[in-house]
Write a protein that binds this ligand. Structure first.
Ligand SMILES: [Zn+2]
Length: 396
């Protein structure tokens, strides 16, 4: 299988060179597809650790994907992500102009071309903003689990630990966005053999990296931050899975909890529910989660840690369970950051007697890690969380 890979690499290089070099004698003119955010300025891009491709992606690479789909996706590669897809122009609503201007102003030091007052975000602004938001999430995730990028720079040490360069995976985290449901479905069938329309996280075993895909049509996504929130939610799943290498599933309440926690920290107006179709009604999604969780605690109807530990699949989580998974995750991550970092890392690095990744008996492992790292029995963990909810969440 080595030869096709090499050929791909060579083809990619030729494509990259062709894209960069204008024909001799031709005056370099402003191409239509020039990035409005960075002007494809190689120095600015390199200083930010980014490029506009081409790059390897999914099962092939960005160039082949564009050719096969007769498509012109927008591309951005950042330090830790590869992003490819449709990013329709989006007009900033009046009441959000201020927030967007502030977000862009904070980027101007690193991106000198960024406009002060764009009324509409074109595809280049949208993909660059998403790239910045994902890099911020990556940093936040490193902080959450108590690691840093530098921990994964030494190839010899990585090999010894059985991990890759990107938090544990060999290649960068991938994000793919389709405007249309039909094109998404076609790609899903051709690439992963799944006739899906819903957002999907996928472990790309061939290239040892985590992929996420979504289409705007099925999810009824119209707002720039709605798309970013869905991506943040799912990439949080993928970072957790990829951390110290994806060798086994994390307990379902932690998987759910980190998604809601990351998404709501980004923008709490948008909430994504990863669930088995029909297991609960998302239509009644509560607006103020803190108030709802407090009510559940007061009525003694919130799922306990002991109950969460036993849940094996997303189908076992009802709507209130999603709120409670967010709250419990938030409590551990924000009230006890060091202990939570050690707790998550321990659960992600379990090894059996032969030194192989060990995903068995994760309920017992969680209980033992609570005891060792927090000094809590499950009942004590429960009590600590309940007291915190009652002390910090508003009644209405
Ligand atoms: Zn750019």
């Amino acid at each position: 299988m080595k030869r096709p890979a090499l050929l791909l690499l060579v083809l990619g290089l030729v494509a990259a060179l062709a894209a960069q070099a204008p024909a001799q004698g031709e005056r370099p003119k402003r191409r239509k597809d020039r990035c409005t955010f960075c002007d494809h300025d190689p120095e600015v891009l390199a200083a930010n650790g980014m490029s506009h491709g081409p790059f390897p992606f999914a099962r092939t690479d960005s160039t082949r994907i564009a050719e096969q789909g007769l498509w012109r996706p927008t591309l951005l590669e950042t330090e830790h992500f590869r992003i490819l897809g449709d990013f329709p122009a989006w007009k900033i609503p009046m009441d959000e102009v201020k927030a967007y201007r502030a977000e862009l102003a904070a980027l101007r030091d690193r991106w000198p071309l960024v406009k002060e007052k764009p009324g509409t975000l074109d595809r280049w602004y949208r993909i660059h903003l998403l790239g910045e938001r994902l890099e911020a999430l990556y940093d936040r995730f490193c902080e959450l689990v108590g690691t840093s990028d530098e921990e994964f720079l030494d190839p010899a040490r990585n090999e010894q630990r059985g991990v890759g360069r990107y938090l544990g995976e060999k290649e960068k985290y991938e994000v793919m966005v389709f405007a249309e449901a039909s094109a998404y479905r076609e790609f899903m069938v051709d690439t992963w053999g799944l006739g899906y329309l819903k957002p999907q996280c996928w472990n790309n075993v061939d290239r040892d990296c985590m992929w996420f895909g979504v289409n705007l049509q099925t999810e009824d996504i119209h707002h720039d931050k709605h798309l970013a929130a869905v991506v943040v939610h799912n990439v949080a799943h993928n970072l957790l899975n990829g951390y110290m290498h994806y060798s086994y599933e994390m307990p379902v309440w932690i998987y759910t909890g980190i998604g809601h926690w990351a998404e709501r920290a980004f923008d709490d107006r948008f909430n994504t529910f990863c669930t088995i179709e029909g297991s609960f009604d998302v239509g009644k999604a509560a607006k103020d989660w803190a108030v709802q969780v407090r009510k559940l605690v007061e009525k003694d109807r919130a799922a306990s840690f002991a109950q969460f530990l036993r849940k094996k699949s997303l189908a076992e989580l009802d709507f209130p369970d999603h709120l409670v998974s967010w709250s419990k995750f938030q409590f551990l991550a924000e009230e006890h950051p060091q202990k939570m970092a050690a707790w998550l890392t321990r659960l992600k690095t379990r090894r059996d007697a032969r030194g192989m990744p060990d995903g068995r008996n994760l309920d017992a492992a969680q209980r033992a890690a609570f005891k060792d790292l927090f000094g809590w029995t499950l009942a004590q963990a429960e009590e600590a969380w309940r007291s915190w909810v009652l002390a910090t969440y508003p009644a209405q």
